[in-house]
Design a protein around this ligand. Sequence first.
Ligand SMILES: *Cc1c(COP(=O)(O)O)cnc(C)c1O
Length: 427
Amino acid sequence: MVDFGFDTLQIHAGARPDPATGARQTPIHQTTAYVFRDADHAAALFNLQEVGYIYSRLTNPTVAVLQERVATLEGGVGAVCCSSGHAAQIMALFPLMRPGDNVVVSTRLYGGSITQFSQTIRRFGWSASFVDFDDTDAIRAAVDENTKAIFCESISNPGGYLTDLPAVAAVAESVGLPLIVDNTLATPYLCRPIEMGATLVVHSLTKYMTGNGTVTGGAVVDSGTFNWSASDKFPSLSAPEPAYHGLKFHETFGNLAFTFHGIAVGLRDLGMTMNPQAAHYTLMGVETLSLRMQRHVENAEKVAAWLEADPRVEYVTYAGLPSSPYAARKVAIYPKGAGALFTFAVKGGFDACVKLVDNVEIFSHVANLGDTRSLIIHSASTTHRQLTPEQQEAAGAGPSVVRLSIGIEDANDLIRDLDQALAAATA
Ligand SMILES: *Cc1c(COP(=O)(O)O)cnc(C)c1O
C-alpha cells in the first residue's frame, strides 16, 4: 500500500466513483432499506456471515464512506459514526461497561461531558472518577477492579490545556485498560492519539471536522490494538453474544470486533445513528480539514498574542503562547499547534465581560465551537450559570473569563473587532 499523505487521504479515503453511475462525488444514499439478492443473502447478512447493507439504522453507504475516512485519518482499523459527540461517548463505553462499572476521567473536559459522566451515566449503573491527568499516580490510584476505561481529551475545553497522551497511555497499558481519547478540539490533523497509545478515539464531528456549524455528528474510532480476550473484563466482546446465537465478537472479527459490535449491537439497539445528509455535510468539511486547521491555529496564535499584550486583559490561557505552562508539551506532542480555543480574563470582571460579548461584531455569541466563524461566549452568565463562583473558577470559567473559538477570517479583522469591543466594555 502506498503511504498517502494526510491532504490526499482527507479527500479520497473511503470514496471511489459510484460504480452504478460514475458520480465522482459521494452520493447521498437517502434510503432506509436495501434489496436482498435472495432469501439466503438476507439470512447471511442477518447472521453477520456476510457484510452488507440491511437497514440504515445500522449501515448506510454514505455514512460508511465517512466512517472509513475518519478511521483512516486517525490511523484506526474501523469507525462507527453516530448522531452526536455525546452519542459517540456512550457508544464507546457501551461495549465495555456493565452496571457497577466505572471509568476514570480527566477533570478537564467539555462541560457537557462532565454532566454526562457525573450525572447521566449513573442511570445505567455506571460511574466516573474525576482525576487531574497531569498526576499519573492519581490516575493509577483511581483505578479499581470495576474500572473498564480511562477517558480524556487531547486538547481540552475550555482551552489552554494539553494532555500528555504518551504518559496517560503508559498508565492505561500498565493497568490493562483501554484509553479513550476525545480528539474533537485537536482533530487528527493536530494530534493522532492512536499513534501515542490510545485504544479508542471519539469525536464530536459537529465541530472542526464538519467545520461550518451545519450538523451534529459523532464517531468512535478503534485502533484495533486492544486484546479484549486477555481478561474476563470485557464479556460483550470476548464472551458468547446471546443475541447472535452465541457468536463471540473478538474471536470472530479479530481487530474489527469493537467496530462490528458498535454497529451490530450498539447502533442496532441504541439507535444513535448518523443520517446520510449529515454524513454528506461532514464529508464536505473533512475535505478541507488540514487547510482550515492551519488557519485556525495561525489566527489563534495571532489573536492570543495580541490579547496577552493588551493592558485591558488580565491573562490569556492559550497553550500555543510561549508563556503557557504547557509550551514545552506543545512542542513535544502537538507540534502543529495547540488548537484554536482559549479563554482570556478581562479587567473589570463580570460586567465588562457581558459588555464585551454584547459589543462584538464579527464574533458571534453562541454555545458552539470549531466553526469557520469566530465565536465568543461568557460561560459564567450562560453555560456555567448554575454553578457557584468556586465551581466556575475550578472549571476555568470564572466570572471575568470569556471563551473564544477562533475562526478562519482575517486575523486583523478579528483583532480590530476585539479591540473595539474591549474599548466599549472597559470604558
Ligand atoms: C461538543 C463537544 C462534545 C459533544 O459533542 P456534540 O456533538 O455536541 O454531542 C464532546 N466533546 C467535546 C470536546 C466537544 O467540544
